[in-house]
Design a protein around this ligand. Structure first.
Ligand SMILES: [Zn+2]
Length: 364
């Protein structure tokens, strides 16, 4: 029989425990191993972190690409927008430039030395135009006026002395100007044909050149149609001999000086051209020509004669130019084209109309 091993005492147990604790404190392996484990855990964590970072990096790369792409897209969009903006401005600039090119040439052209084109140059060319020569040789007065560019151009050219082919002294022409300084040539000149205007009352056997006669008939009819009343013919064409008698009658009754204000000397009268007529109001019989200005017909004629190719040749207030006292009854036919320009231009004398000097008195 083996005797049982006695149980260790409390003291022995305490000593044993203290010895074991001392050994444990003296052995470095325990904590290093623990540190290693901890390090291993840290390393694993780090590795995991690294791996996670790597994953993140791998994940981040596509995101970065997206960001880069997005940024590039934004930059591209911005660039495109800028380009569009610039392009728009460029377009505007182009448009401006286009506008400038449209506008610039004007000042550019006007800034260029432009040789002055004198009226004489234009006129000489007009008179040299074969159409003008042909019209002067074979055509009517209206044809000549048309060939020179119309009544306004005709008037302008003549008034500026730029139409030497237009002879204001030619009594055949409806634009002839006869005054105290512009006698007919020859003094006894008279028209080939004068006719009695149709459809009107008359106090004498007045006759006019056909165109003037027709125009007077139209004027009288219009006055009647427009409710003004009757207009009659008092006197029209007067030959040199007839004018001699008329003028001498005035001289005998008024004296030469007063006669010259009211009646032309033979060879100096528009009546001798067959283009002038004295008219009277003829309501219930024709009145005197001297009272015509105060009648409704006189007022109407002053305002409307131009419509028929006539002008009131001697207006009140222009004696210093025409040489005659006012004669509201004395109508001069110059043709509808020139009469309209005369009216539209506000002219009061044929002298001013054609740029001629005043003719208040005879030369001698
Ligand atoms: Zn007269």
């Amino acid at each position: 029989m083996i005797p049982p091993e006695p149980l260790p005492s409390r003291r022995a147990l305490r000593a044993e425990r203290e010895r074991a604790d001392a050994d444990a404190a003296a052995t470095p392996g325990a904590e290093p191993s623990a540190r290693t484990a901890a390090q291993a855990v840290s390393a694993g964590a780090a590795a995991g972190a690294l791996a996670d970072g790597t994953r993140r990096a791998r994940v981040a790369r596509p995101r970065t690409r997206l960001l880069v792409i997005a940024a590039a897209a934004i930059l591209l969009i911005a660039a495109v927008a800028a380009a569009v903006a610039l392009g728009g401005r460029g377009g505007s600039t182009t448009a401006d430039a286009t506008q400038q090119t449209r506008v610039d040439p004007v000042p550019a052209v006007t800034s260029l030395p432009v040789p002055a084109q004198s009226a004489a140059t234009v006129v000489a060319a007009g008179c040299d135009d074969p159409a003008v020569s042909t019209a002067l040789a074979q055509g009517s007065d209206a044809d000549v006026i048309a060939a020179l560019g119309g009544a306004t151009a005709f008037r302008d050219l003549v008034a500026t002395g730029s139409a030497p082919c237009v002879n204001l002294a030619d009594p055949v022409r409806e634009w002839v100007v006869v005054n105290k300084q512009r006698p007919l040539s020859p003094l006894e000149w008279e028209p080939d044909t004068v006719v009695a205007p149709a459809d009107m009352q008359r106090t004498v056997d007045g006759r006019l050149r056909p165109a003037a006669a027709d125009a007077l008939t139209a004027l009288v009819a219009a006055a009647q149609a427009e409710g003004v009343g009757a207009i009659g013919l008092n006197s029209a064409f007067r030959s040199f001999d007839s004018q001699t008698r008329t003028y001498n009658g005035y001289v005998n009754s008024l004296g030469r000086e007063s006669a010259d204000l009211q009646s032309a000397r033979p060879g100096f009268s528009e009546h001798q051209t067959g283009l002038a007529t004295d008219v009277a109001a003829c309501d219930g019989g024709c009145g005197a020509i001297e009272s015509f200005g105060g009648t409704a017909q006189g007022a109407w004629v002053a305002a409307n004669a131009w419509r028929f190719g006539f002008i009131v040749r001697y207006e009140d207030g222009y004696t210093a130019i025409t040489g005659y006292q006012a004669e509201p009854w004395h109508l001069r036919y110059i043709g509808p084209e020139l009469a309209q320009v005369y009216h539209d231009g506000g002219f009061h004398t044929l002298e001013d109309f054609f740029g001629l000097p005043p003719a208040p008195d005879y030369v001698d």
